[in-house]
Design a protein. Structure first.
Length: 398
């Protein structure tokens, strides 16, 4: 694999995550970025690296014109646009990355990737994305893998309503993952399980959470680990009580059949919050050297400042996933064409990227993965801590 020349990047979607992706590319790679949306937005004065423009992706000719002069496209639009945008990028021979959690969109992109001259790599965010890298890494550390459980939560730090939840990311994305079947492996067989089911309570660093099935978080990991793991699942972390409240809305009130109405209800009643935290947790159990062992990894990610703007934890964590992949693609550590699943990314390589220190706590236990000294160029030293901060647990006094 050889380095890929990427001189200009087009980012579609100038929302919070898309804007963070553009600024992270500019800050850590000094690459010119065109940040496009269907609505005009105010350009920052004197910003030489991030140029804003208007593009309506429903107009394929306009999208093709916008792609001219760009070697790579990062799609940060809602999941509904993923397959269509990827098709245009493939036609133009432009490398394509996105953040979608939608299973159908990913399947369509994968089906179109045969013979492509560019990379088509969806699901480059947090979950799917980094969690797939972590799962594949842990799977490779066992002689015989029995159970692999992956858990991710984007949580508001101060949830005071009955849902125990404030929106920290896309309303459409949350509804999508709560309403579609979920991939899993049970007793060695690939299965489809229902969202909101598989409810469990777990304690992480002394704090209590609940977890339940949601769609899309595993990406293509089930297929990759088929025949190598006995049980594999992905669940979303929430504060206790959230799942029952959502089950009431979706099933008892049958809003799963009226998702537009569900969206209106949630947007009307549930506030957005920029006071958030992201939790990534994985547990693997299996045989190693003839002995049954378990290995866990956990990281907590907080918000911070990037290019003078306050960013939430979910914005930084999601953007770091795709920007880390960008670096690995650009430096020749990923395939240069065709479909690429997230689990093809070695966790150690990702943690060693300029933004990988966001997830440093996922490295080898006690190994101090992705130390600050491994960073090249700009760092998060003054805006975003280079080491993921662990939750301090207070011990009771004797």
């Amino acid at each position: 694999m050889s380095p890929i020349l990427i001189r200009n990047v087009l980012v579609l979607g100038a929302g919070k995550v898309g804007g963070t992706v553009a600024d992270m590319l500019a800050e850590y790679h000094r690459v010119p970025v065109t940040l496009a949306d269907r609505e005009p937005s105010r350009s920052e004065p004197g910003d030489r690296l991030v140029r804003r423009t208007v593009v309506d992706v429903a107009d394929s000719a306009a999208l093709e014109a916008a792609l001219a002069g760009h070697e790579l496209l990062v799609n940060a639009l809602p999941f509904q646009f993923a397959a269509g945008v990827a098709a245009v990028a493939r036609k133009r021979g432009v490398h394509y990355l996105d953040l979608t959690e939608d299973v159908a969109a990913t399947a369509a992109i994968r089906a179109s990737a045969a013979g492509a001259e560019s990379v088509l790599m969806p699901q480059c965010g947090l979950a799917p994305g980094v969690i797939g890298m972590l799962g594949a890494h842990l799977a490779g550390r066992f002689d015989e893998l029995h159970d692999l459980h992956l858990r991710v939560g984007a949580l508001s730090r101060h949830a005071t309503n009955a849902l125990r939840y404030n929106f920290t990311w896309s309303v459409d994305g949350l509804i999508n993952e709560y309403c579609h079947p979920c991939a899993a492996i049970v007793q060695g067989r690939p299965v489809s399980v229902q969202p909101l089911e598989g409810h469990e309570t777990l304690v992480l660093d002394g704090d209590t959470y609940e977890a339940f099935n949601t769609s899309g978080g595993l990406g293509t990991l089930c297929e990759t680990l088929a025949g190598r793991v006995r049980n594999l699942d992905y669940k979303t972390l929430r504060y206790p009580g959230h799942r029952d409240a959502m089950a009431l809305l979706l099933h008892d009130l049958r809003l799963v059949e009226r998702r537009d109405l569900l969206r209106q209800v949630l947007e009307h009643a549930v506030p957005h919050s920029r006071e958030d935290t992201v939790i990534v947790f994985a547990s693997a159990t299996g045989l190693r050297g003839g002995r049954l062992e378990q290995e866990t990894r956990m990281a907590r990610i907080q918000g911070g400042r990037l290019r003078g703007v306050d960013r939430t934890a979910i914005e930084l964590a999601t953007a770091a996933g795709v920007v880390g992949v960008f670096e690995l693609l650009r430096t020749g550590r990923l395939p240069a064409r065709g479909f690429v699943g997230q689990e093809r990314v070695a966790l150690e390589d990702f943690l060693g990227t300029r933004v990988g220190s966001c997830y440093a706590a996922l490295g080898e236990p006690g190994g101090g993965a992705a130390p600050a000294s491994a960073h090249r160029g700009a760092t998060f030293a003054h805006t975003w801590p280079p080491q993921a901060r662990r939750h301090a647990r207070k011990e009771p006094r004797a």
